[in-house]
Design a protein around this ligand. Structure first.
Ligand SMILES: Cc1cc2nc3c(=O)[nH]c(=O)nc-3n(C[C@H](O)[C@H](O)[C@H](O)COP(=O)(O)OP(=O)(O)OC[C@H]3O[C@@H](n4cnc5c(N)ncnc54)[C@H](O)[C@@H]3O)c2cc1C
Length: 336
């Protein structure tokens, strides 16, 4: 992987790359300027070396192709709802995926990967198709949802996905059936790129969902139920990245964190949610280090008290090279 150190010597290289990128793709990237906290639901994180927006699949392919050709690290960002971006930001190119086209053919919904999954759920309802209602609960894109095998309310992407169109780092496009994507609990083959050392992994361009005919009014009732459940159970008014940890087999990460008395625990501007102990919320001025430090603190407490090693559900993205110092002491006493 070719890292781009953003020191003074690298600035001119970034500027030159930006010119090359515009020539090759027609997109003029921002250089060391766009703060990622503005593009993630956790609202933390520093700037991207290079930042570009793809509003259609052709542009997405062209940008990824450019990064692969020049071995620039490349991150495709959906809604940034499963990420904590480091305070030091992201080296290389970040592509904001806003390729949001979609169409319905018979019982199939075909969506470009930048479409919000909630938008796909609404389109399915309007088209009298059932199966994608759970997507209303997930504030990510179709691409991010396939990557994570996102799920809620008893269903997940694996249950309704027929196939995906994927862009490989060598520039080829393939259609892969869902059965080949190694789906598991919040897991897919996209989370485990084969070519360690390559600058970017496979990129999901579009997805085809196979749904069933249903009564639009009944589907709407289900969507309303899901919306109400989320509002009652999740801290939707505060920035977060959803569940921080995967649920361990047969238990719930939230229950374990709660049992350690950590509900309401704070570190800097980050807090364990009062409403859902597996959520860390940004109280307004949290840094990425606050969030990661608090998450590590919860993980350690659960390990010490229950002997359970929680695995992260959220992804820590960007330059965490300065990370690893002992976590700072909590700024407030435990509230529960
Ligand atoms: C309030 C809240 C509630 C949530 N509730 C749920 C829930 O109920 N169930 C659940 O499963 N999740 C939930 N999440 C987590 C999150 O919304 C999902 O994991 C979602 O699928 C992430 O999609 P995204 O577009 O935001 O991905 P991002 O966070 O932008 O990216 C996540 C990863 O996916 C990769 N990626 C994104 N797009 C592509 C692509 N096109 N091709 C290849 N890789 C790609 C990124 O590079 C990154 O590595 C919740 C999050 C929040 C904030």
């Amino acid at each position: 992987m070719t890292g781009l150190d953003r020191d003074s010597a690298a600035d001119s290289r970034l500027a030159a790359l930006a010119v090359e990128m515009e020539r090759a793709t027609g997109v003029s990237p921002s250089v060391a300027h766009v703060p990622l906290h503005a593009h993630t639901t956790m609202r933390v994180g520093g700037v991207a070396d290079l930042w570009a927006t793809a509003r259609d699949v052709a542009t997405l392919s062209a940008l990824v192709g450019f990064a692969c050709d020049r071995e620039i690290p490349c991150l495709v960002l959906g809604r940034g709802s499963d990420l904590v971006v480091s305070d030091a930001g992201v080296r290389g190119l970040v592509i904001l995926n806003r390729a949001e086209g979609a169409l319905v053919e018979d019982n199939r919904l075909i969506a470009e990967s930048g479409l919000p999954l909630a938008g796909a759920a609404m389109l399915a309802q309007n088209s009298g198709l059932t199966g994608l209602e759970f997507g209303l609960a997930i504030p990510g894109t179709v691409g991010g949802a396939v990557w994570a095998n996102a799920g809620a309310h008893g269903s997940d992407v694996a249950a309704v996905l027929e196939s995906v169109t994927v862009l490989r780092p060598d520039g080829t496009e393939i259609v892969e059936p869902a059965a080949d994507l190694r789906f598991g609990y919040r897991d897919s083959r996209f989370k485990h790129p084969a070519g360690e050392g390559s600058a970017t992994g496979d990129v999901i361009l579009s997805a085809t969902f196979s749904l069933e005919a249903g009564d639009p009014d009944a589907i709407k009732v289900r969507l309303d139920e899901i919306r109400a459940w989320r509002q009652a159970h999740q801290p939707l008014k505060q920035p977060s990245a959803g569940s921080v940890f995967r649920n361990p087999s047969g238990d719930s990460a939230g229950r374990l964190i709660d049992a350690c008395g950590l509900r309401g625990e704070r570190l800097g501007g980050a807090a364990v949610s009062d409403q859902h102990a597996n959520f860390i919320v940004n109280l307004g001025d949290a840094t990425a280090s606050d969030v990661r430090g608090l998450a590590d603190l919860a993980r350690k407490a659960v390990s010490e008290r229950f002997g359970v090693q929680l695995d992260y559900e959220v992804q820590f993205i960007g330059d965490w090279s300065g990370w690893g110092q002992p976590a700072a002491a909590p700024t407030t006493p435990r509230t529960a």
